[in-house]
Design a protein around this ligand. Structure first.
Ligand code: TZP
Ligand code: MG
Length: 228
């Protein structure tokens, strides 16, 4: 049974610790939705479970007003408690086949992949989408010692997705000035696959004007998609 199709164009990953001083998280979230965010992942690395559930619940209430689906980073229990569209997991989180058993056939599961082997496994395990990264260096995640993929490395991974139905976003260090280079430079060499969207933390969350940041990114992604 096909799962709901998500619009990955501007995929906001939350990061409350990166808000500008004095900016309220929920206000920033709502402004970013008004700017054109199409999907939200609640990512809480420091909250206890009760707080995570509360943040996810309020996030979902706000996103529901804009018909924007919500995914939960790592935590199947939080996803189940709040009734979100699905989860996003990393390579060291709950294995995807077990996550699928636990959350059922209808929920979305996204998986982070850093190289070709992880991508092959994500396809075998039937991820709904992959998050390809890290594309460029970023302060938002500790990626010490890890090679950044850049647009070329991202494109090599995209090649593997041909005819699989697995969607793809890129993540890591993506901002307005390097976005065109990423979108055009990552078109895969063999099959000409391209990204379905971009996952963003700091460009939106750390912005004093998240509406404008989201809308600027959205314009570029939309025009790239229209031309493909
Ligand atoms: N995974 C790989 S890079 C990253 C995550 C969660 C952080 C991306 O944040 P930013 O601020 O958009 O570079
Ligand atoms: Mg994780």
């Amino acid at each position: 049974m096909p799962r709901i199709q998500l619009d990955y164009s501007i995929y906001l990953v939350t990061g409350r610790e990166l808000l500008p001083p004095g900016k309220d998280y929920y206000e920033s979230l709502e402004e970013s939705l008004q700017g054109g965010v199409t999907l939200v992942q609640v990512r809480e690395k420091n909250a206890d479970t009760g707080e995570f559930i509360e943040v996810a619940r309020r996030t979902k209430q706000i996103c529901d007003k804009y018909n924007v689906p919500v995914l939960i980073n790592d935590r199947i229990d939080v996803h189940l408690a709040v009734g979100t569209a699905g989860i996003h997991i990393g390579q060291t989180d709950c294995p995807l086949p077990l996550a699928r058993q636990l959350i059922g056939p209808d929920a979305i599961i996204g998986l982070s992949v850093r190289n070709l082997n992880e991508c092959k496994r994500a396809i075998e395990q039937k991820a709904d989408y992959i998050g390809i990264g890290t594309v460029w260096r970023t302060e938002s995640k500790d990626t010490k010692g890890r090679k950044c993929l850049g647009p070329d490395g991202t494109g090599e991974i995209l090649d593997l997705l041909h005819d699989t139905g697995v969607q793809a976003v890129a993540i890591g260090g993506i901002h307005l000035p390097n976005l065109p280079q990423l979108l055009h430079g990552s078109i895969s060499p063999k099959y000409s696959n391209s990204l379905d969207g971009i996952a963003i933390i700091s460009d939106i969350v750390s912005s004093k004007n998240p509406r404008e940041s989201a809308s600027n990114l959205r314009e570029i992604v939309d025009s790239f998609k229209r031309a493909r």
